[in-house]
Write a protein that binds this ligand. Structure first.
Ligand code: SF4
Length: 212
């Protein structure tokens, strides 16, 4: 028996995706819960939209009891699973063939799913080209003069999409990095002295430091 035959035999069995390759559905849930404590659940009880949508709220509350802020998100999880089932059935890695704005608008109608979280699911779940703009990222861009308050959604998307990179991988990486810098250094009081973006400040220091 050759190696080619051995590999062909291996390929007859679907690969177990649980080890290293989360599905789009699972990636969405990872963003929704944003905590390592949810990973085992996402690989297990919550592994498909059908397994979530079929459960009564009480069961979801039980499962999420040990996840930080998990119980508060049980309702939105249930609604998101119902939306997913209407859109894709029980397919966990479906093609997202409709216009991005359609998905953005629909997810924003799910009670408990704010605009930033909806965009976060779309970027990190299916990998659509949209940037979730959180407070940390907003502070950085306003303080550096890259965006002006009040910030319109279309304007923010344009600035971030052109600034973070052209591929989805670059967008995802850029969002993570900006968010981390924002949380570590650019809080209500900016710690510019120790911040890696200090050299990118406008002359005279951060703009509107109190504005957001
Ligand atoms: S240099 Fe200052 S204003 Fe700019 S991101 Fe860092 S802390 Fe925020």
């Amino acid at each position: 028996m050759s190696l080619r035959q051995a590999i062909a035999a291996l390929r007859e069995t679907p690969r177990d995706l649980d080890a290293s390759e989360p599905t789009a559905w699972q990636r969405c849930l990872q963003e929704l819960f944003a905590t390592d404590a949810s990973r085992v659940l996402i690989r297990g009880e919550l592994a498909s939209p059908g397994s979530v949508a079929a459960q009564p709220l009480g069961q979801l509350l039980d499962w999420l009891a040990a996840v930080p802020r998990g119980p508060q998100k049980a309702g939105v999880l249930q609604k998101f699973a119902a939306w997913w089932q209407r859109e894709f059935g029980n397919e966990v890695d479906p093609p997202w063939s409709r216009a991005l704005d359609d998905y953005r608008a629909e997810l924003r109608t799910i009670r408990g799913l704010g605009p930033e979280t909806a965009d976060r699911l779309l970027l990190f779940g299916p990998g659509l080209s949209v940037v979730p703009v959180d407070r940390a990222m907003l502070r950085i861009t306003v303080r550096h003069g890259w965006l002006d308050l009040p910030v319109a959604d279309e304007q923010a998307q344009s600035v971030f999409l052109s600034g973070l990179g052209s591929s989805v991988a670059e967008l995802q990486d850029g969002v993570r990095r900006l968010h981390d810098v924002g949380v570590a250094f650019c809080g209500r009081v900016a710690d510019c002295e120790h911040c890696p973006l200090k050299s990118f400040l406008p002359e005279g220091g951060p703009l509107s430091p109190e504005a957001c």
